[in-house]
Write a protein that binds this ligand. Structure first.
Ligand code: FAD
Length: 381
């Protein structure tokens, strides 16, 4: 895709920040094993959190495509930190579309500045892929709702300031009985328990428990029983962004691997001379370029208000798995040096692997693509 001068300039400033400020301490941040909120605020101050959030809410008012470009660059320096702009774009979009003006103004400016960390609570212990089966209950009590139940596997769950929670408001109605709420992370009755994850350790993935949490009616997002429709729209966006996160991280390993092929010698020549070394990297470049272009295309369709559900599912299907395979290949290119924990490739592999599950697994992406195809055929398209 040919970018405009403005898009290139924003991408390049995110690129400089990521490579100069984030990349050098990528491994140290994992070793420290805790979130540095100052760096999140720094991204906010530079306009890199939810670049698409409108200026009415303190955002940069860019397109979805520009958000994707920024997120891809941030992931180059630190995959785990790129979760912050992705969540900011996803939650910013849901809140600006569905919250009351007051509730939107309460949370979105802080999300854009990095002062507020948002989390999305959909998954439950017995409802993941089949999220319409969720059972966390929201019952009416006067003009308030009372939330009770458990959410699990929530990115930023351990420290989020606001939770967008999907809850059952009609016990009988399946997907049509689900509503969404913006819940203050400090509300009485909320507790959390963090996972000890294989990757993305600063993302604080956690179970979140709601023990009779009182939520004012104004915190309902959109209409009652419409929550499920809202979240599915959001996932079309976040899936394209997640694909770009994975590509950004893999690109860092790929750039490093290409450079290494010129430095390392075997049998008296640089390993770049051996096609057995360069062809896998050339294949990686080709696959990544194709998925990147489709990701940009999905975001451009979104910017134009056109359907992009299938495209988003395709890149979510291909992006995380390809990134994992590419990083693995890069690790092998470095021989025994790649296997050491001193090398960043093993961390990148662990970091991107979680994205093969989060926001829907490969199996679910294939299901979505198939449904879209069949729907188009039966509609005579
Ligand atoms: C890193 C990470 C971050 C996450 N962040 C969040 C978050 O912020 N908020 C949130 O709400 N959730 C989050 N999740 C949860 C995630 O969305 C779920 O884990 C995911 O949707 C799968 O649900 P499950 O784990 O219950 O697996 P299950 O639904 O139990 O599926 C188990 C296996 O069966 C397969 N499967 C199930 N049904 C089908 C089918 N019909 N066809 C083919 N295969 C099928 C799945 O692909 C999977 O391999 C996150 C998960 C991870 C790993």
């Amino acid at each position: 895709m040919i970018l405009t001068d403005e898009q290139t300039s924003i991408r390049d400033s995110a690129r400089r920040f990521s490579r100069e400020r984030l990349l050098p301490d990528y491994q140290k941040r994992e070793a420290d094993d805790c979130l540095n909120r100052d760096i999140v605020r720094e991204m906010g101050a530079l306009g890199f959190l939810g670049s698409d959030i409108s200026d009415e809410f303190g955002g940069a008012g860019c397109s979805s495509l520009v958000s994707g470009l920024v997120i891809e660059e941030i992931a180059y320096g630190d995959f785990c930190l790129s979760n912050f702009p992705t969540q900011a774009s996803l939650l910013g979009a849901i809140l600006s579309r569905s919250a009351t003006k007051d509730v939107a103004h309460q949370w979105i400016p802080g999300i854009a500045s990095g002062d507020v960390i948002p989390a999305i609570c959909l998954t439950e212990p017995s409802a993941g892929s089949d999220a319409a089966q969720l059972s966390l209950r929201a019952r009416k009590d006067g003009s308030d709702y009372i939330l009770s139940g458990e959410k699990t596997s929530i990115t930023f769950g351990a420290f989020a300031d606001v939770f967008v929670v999907f809850a059952r408001t009609d016990p009988q109605a399946g997907a049509k009985g689900i509503s969404a709420f913006a819940v203050d992370g400090r509300a009485r009755g909320i507790s959390t328990s963090a996972f000890d994850d294989a990757g993305c350790r600063c993302a604080g993935r956690a179970s979140v428990f709601f023990d009779d949490v009182r939520v004012p009616a104004e915190c309902l997002l959109g209409d009652e029983n419409q929550g499920f429709t809202q979240v599915m729209k959001g996932f079309d966006y976040s899936r394209a962004l997640i694909a770009l996160m994975c590509l950004g991280s893999a690109q860092a390993s790929l750039d490093e691997a290409w450079r290494y092929t010129l430095e390392r010698q075997t049998f008296g020549v640089p390993i770049a001379t051996h096609q057995g070394v360069t062809f896998p990297l050339a294949e990686a470049d080709a696959m990544m370029t194709a998925i990147r272009e489709l990701s940009y295309s999905a975001l451009t369709l979104r910017d134009q208000g056109l359907p992009h559900t299938a495209e988003a599912a395709m890149v979510k299907l291909l992006g995380p798995k390809t990134a994992f395979d590419v990083i693995h290949q890069c690790l092998l290119t470095f021989g025994h040096y790649g296997w050491s924990k001193d090398s960043p490739h093993q961390q990148r592999m662990r970091d991107v692997m979680g994205s093969e599950i989060g926001d829907g697994t490969a199996g679910i992406m294939k299901l979505i693509i198939s449904r879209q195809r069949i729907r188009a055929i039966t509609a005579g398209a």
